[in-house]
Design a binder for this molecule. Structure first.
Ligand SMILES: Nc1nc2c(ncn2[C@@H]2O[C@H](COP(=O)(O)OP(=O)(O)OP(=O)(O)O)[C@@H](O)[C@H]2O)c(=O)[nH]1
Length: 681
């Protein structure tokens, strides 16, 4: 085996050792892997591959026909749980999950193969516009295999790390996953983390190599990476082009054979896990559920084991791919449920909660819940026009209803008025939220610079986590002088071709990163692990990484807890008054650069006044940078002749119109657009 191969195996073993803390049963897992053909020799790899991959039919694969609703219901009722398969598609960003989902839906006759059906599971405008999946979407399919119907439940998951919680939740409803890898890009950072997550959940994996139609596809290289990094058997890989349909015909037989059926008993009391939820104006909160035992139908009385609240079922159904009502959902199935009267508050739908039939509360063991996603990035948001506050509040609340990872609190800024402090899982999550707000509600907002929280441990050992930098105590506060400060760190996993390794290391070290490991997982590919401050990540580390590696490096991260750090509060003052919207708690080494940048940029956006305006960046009493805006030399109105009434009136009206957008910082009047331009990078 190559050196790279050995290093890769060593790295996987290292990960496995570490994962024991996650409660992984290695022996059980090992036997599972060997039952999937792991560690098998490479002999006849190619001849076997030829056998596993169906002949290329280029989209002409015989797609099955869509049944009528009555036929659908009758066919589902006749399928035993042994012929259910619940699986998701996981991959690095853009490796083709949504495109492949389309092909599978076509193949099973769930949608027609017309061109209008592109990225059918990317339902949000923002997903279609950006070409990324933000929300995991599910679809049930019926697939005829060897003359028998199989009930397949597919979840298309997001690739970006910010939406990892969606992937983790999806795993709870699945028995296996298609691990999709782009044939030209090979294994990337999110492939690695998705593999680890799936492995830790004991999911069966079907490796799929996609985009084999591309001229740059290098299938042998990817097979080798898969084997050395994940010990996945190359013979099990299915080679496909989701775009042309080539090889896709072999995929569903691989799902049927490689992914175990769910286990459950329809005759036992209902045990139903709440996997996801969304708000519908007419139905109230709609729940996406996975049934472990029992069955559920309209009119049933159910109770939440988490909240104790009782409900009557209004409707049950499946996503096919749109909501399709059914008479009953059975053990092993994934479908939707809503209540009558509808559940009003999304907070009552606690993801990870278990529901059962009223009366069975004491005999049903609740499912282990989900870990709450922890917001990493905080911003404050304000309406551009305060008279829009109420409408914008409605819009924000509506969006938060359907994105359970966003945290929301009211906020107020002297400079920007009333607004909200929002917590997100990452920078992309934050910018997608802004896009959704604009697209779905047509509103515009001012967003402050993203920040990460700070933990303060005072001398008396009491702790405080500060999310809003404006509320971080000033250095004049004697308690803060004796306190210990901590900032959040992430464990970053970076994959990069060897030729860019030097520049990537330089970038990570320049961003206060601490190298944890460096392994070759293929002759020319390196996987690096760094502990890095989350604030550096928020400060566009990903963009910089792409820059130094010509776009080839990929990044994934996970929370690595708090670390003691030398942090200070940098503030912007205008004529000695703090501008509360422009304030950050940062590492002491960044103070000079950011302070200078702030004052120079802010000066560009502030109009001259009748007096001198001094802009300063300060840490406590220490001035880091300063700019001065000279006053007007003359009174502009003085030029007007007393009889020039029309001109005067126009000036006064203009002033009146502008007044509502003006904000005073001390005696300095600043147009709201100045903050907007300053804060938009
Ligand atoms: N040539 C080629 N392009 C493909 C293939 N599959 C997907 N693509 C293209 O790759 C891009 C990304 O595809 P998506 O299906 O959106 O990828 P994804 O993994 O769902 O993306 P995220 O959800 O954002 O992670 C699109 O431009 C697709 O047209 C393929 O088999 N061959």
């Amino acid at each position: 085996m190559s050196l790279a191969g050995r290093a890769g195996r060593a790295w996987t073993r290292e990960w496995l050792r570490n994962s024991s803390s996650h409660g992984l049963n290695h022996n059980a897992s090992a036997s599972r892997w060997s039952s999937h053909g792991l560690n098998a020799s490479n002999t006849s790899r190619w001849s076997l591959l030829l056998r596993t991959t169906a002949p290329c039919r280029h989209r002409n694969y015989a797609s099955q026909t869509k049944p009528t609703p009555a036929q659908l219901e009758a066919r589902i009722a006749a399928i035993p749980i042994e012929r259910y398969r619940n699986f998701c598609i996981v991959a690095h960003i853009d490796h083709g999950k949504s495109t492949l989902s389309d092909r599978l839906l076509e193949l099973t006759g769930t949608i027609s193969a017309s061109d209008a059906n592109k990225q059918i599971l990317d339902k949000l405008d923002v997903e279609r516009e950006r070409g990324i999946t933000v929300k995991a979407q599910t679809c049930t399919m019926i697939y005829k295999h060897n003359g028998e119907d199989y009930l397949l439940h597919l979840v298309d998951t997001p690739g970006h790390v910010d939406f990892r919680a969606e992937v983790t939740r999806s795993y709870a409803s699945c028995g296996g996953a298609l691990l999709l890898i782009d044939a030209s890009q090979g294994i990337q950072a999110q492939t690695v983390s998705n593999f680890h997550l799936a492995f830790a959940q004991d999911l069966a994996l079907v490796p799929v190599i996609n985009k084999i139609d591309m001229p740059s596809a290098d299938v042998p290289r990817v097979l080798d990476q898969m084997e050395t990094s994940f010990e996945l058997d190359p013979k099990k890989a299915v080679l496909v082009s989701a775009k042309t349909g080539k090889g896709v015909g072999a995929l569903l037989p691989a799902v049927v054979e490689g992914i175990p059926h769910p286990v459950g008993d329809e005759n036992k009391p209902l045990k139903m896990l709440l996997v996801d939820s969304w708000y519908d104006t007419f139905k109230g909160v709609v729940l996406l559920v996975r049934l472990f035992d029992g069955s559920i139908k309209t009119g049933d009385n159910v109770v939440s084991l988490g909240t104790g609240m009782k409900y009557t079922v209004g409707q049950v159904g499946i996503q096919y791919p749109n909501a399709t009502p059914q008479t009953v959902l059975r053990a092993g199935q994934v479908g939707y449920v809503y209540f009558n009267p509808g559940m009003k508050r999304i907070q009552d739908a606690k993801l990870g909660d278990t529901f059962t039939t009223v009366g069975d509360e004491d005999i049903v063991e609740p499912c282990p819940g989900f870990e709450e996603p922890k917001p990493m990035v905080f911003v404050a948001a304000f309406p551009t026009d305060q008279s829009d506050y109420t409408r914008l509040a409605d819009s924000i609340n509506q969006l938060v209803l359907n994105d359970r990872s966003v945290t929301l609190q009211k906020d107020f800024s002297e400079a920007l008025g009333s607004g909200w402090r929002l917590g997100f899982l990452g920078s992309l999550h934050c910018s997608v939220f802004q896009d959704r707000l604009r697209q779905e509600h047509g509103k515009s907002i001012i967003i402050t610079e993203p920040t990460v929280p700070t933990k303060i441990v005072y001398a008396d050992e009491s702790e405080e986590v500060v999310q809003n930098p404006a509320l971080f105590p000033d250095s004049s506060d004697h308690r803060i002088r004796a306190a210990t400060l901590y900032e959040p760190y992430v464990k970053a996993t970076i994959t990069v071709p060897e030729e860019y390794l030097g520049r990537v290391i330089e970038l990570c070290e320049g961003n206060r990163g601490e190298q944890k490991s460096l392994e070759f997982f293929h002759t020319d590919q390196v996987i690096l692990s760094y502990d890095i401050p989350a604030s550096q990540l928020v400060d566009d580390l990903f963009g910089k990484l792409k820059g130094v590696s010509k776009g080839y490096a990929t990044l994934d991260y996970e929370d690595a807890g708090w670390r003691q750090s030398k942090l200070v509060k940098l503030q912007l003052l205008v004529n000695r008054q703090p501008v509360d919207a422009i304030c950050r708690v940062i590492h002491s080494t960044q103070v000079d650069r950011l302070g200078r940048q702030w004052v120079t940029k802010f000066k560009e956006h502030v109009d001259r006044q009748m007096f001198e305006v001094v802009i300063q960046a300060v840490v406590g009493n220490k001035v880091i940078a300063r700019e001065t805006i000279k006053p007007f030399r003359k009174d502009v109105l003085a030029k007007l002749h007393a009889s020039d009434i029309t001109r005067r009136r126009k000036l006064l009206e203009k002033q009146k119109e502008g007044r509502k957008r003006l904000r005073a910082v001390g005696n300095v009047v600043i147009d709201q657009s100045a903050f907007q331009s300053f804060l938009s990078k």
